[in-house]
Design a protein around this ligand. Structure first.
Ligand code: ZN
Length: 160
């Protein structure tokens, strides 16, 4: 396992659409392990493959309930609304207000290419939607309401 370098906003790889994963090769297995380690090392609650420079539809999320590996995730249902602060490991030291659905249902494959569904509310819903946006080349700063606010590292506790 290794910690990978996190690409920062302005890097054009963050604005590209990721390719669908057809099979988990040893290389992608290693990528997933590295993404988990990189996310935990950076105290993030989510990380998408393009954030470490790989244009594949893979993301990891951990909102404190254990790691979730998402391969080819797709949003299949959303409901409600939440308005709150959001941050991103690719936009360090900043947060902004983003409105998103409060509840989401996502279909994805795990690291063994077994299909599963996951439902999330509040932070988990926000993290899932934020990561899936990354796979389509979108960063939250595109949908932020108002200006980004500067925060210290300790205050930035919801880095996605
Ligand atoms: Zn992000």
């Amino acid at each position: 396992m290794a910690i990978r370098q996190i690409r920062l906003e302005g890097d054009e790889i963050l604005n590209k659409k990721c390719r669908v994963v057809k099979e988990i090769t040893p290389r992608l297995e290693e990528l997933i392990e590295d993404m988990l380690e990189t996310m935990h090392d950076a105290d993030g609650v989510g990380l998408a493959a393009p954030q470490v420079g790989v244009l594949r539809r893979i993301a990891v999320v951990d909102v404190g309930e254990g790691p979730i590996i998402l391969v080819n995730p797709e949003v299949i249902e959303t409901s409600g609304e939440q308005r709150g602060q959001e941050g991103c490991l690719s936009v360090p030291g900043k947060v902004g207000i983003v409105t998103r659905p409060n509840h989401v249902k996502v279909k994805a494959f795990n690291e063994k290419m077994e299909e599963f569904e996951i439902e999330g509310e509040e932070l988990l819903a926000r993290a899932l939607l934020h990561e899936i946006d990354h796979l389509d080349g979108h960063v939250y700063t595109e949908i932020v309401e108002g200006d980004l606010m500067e925060v210290t590292y300790e205050e930035q506790d919801e880095n996605i």
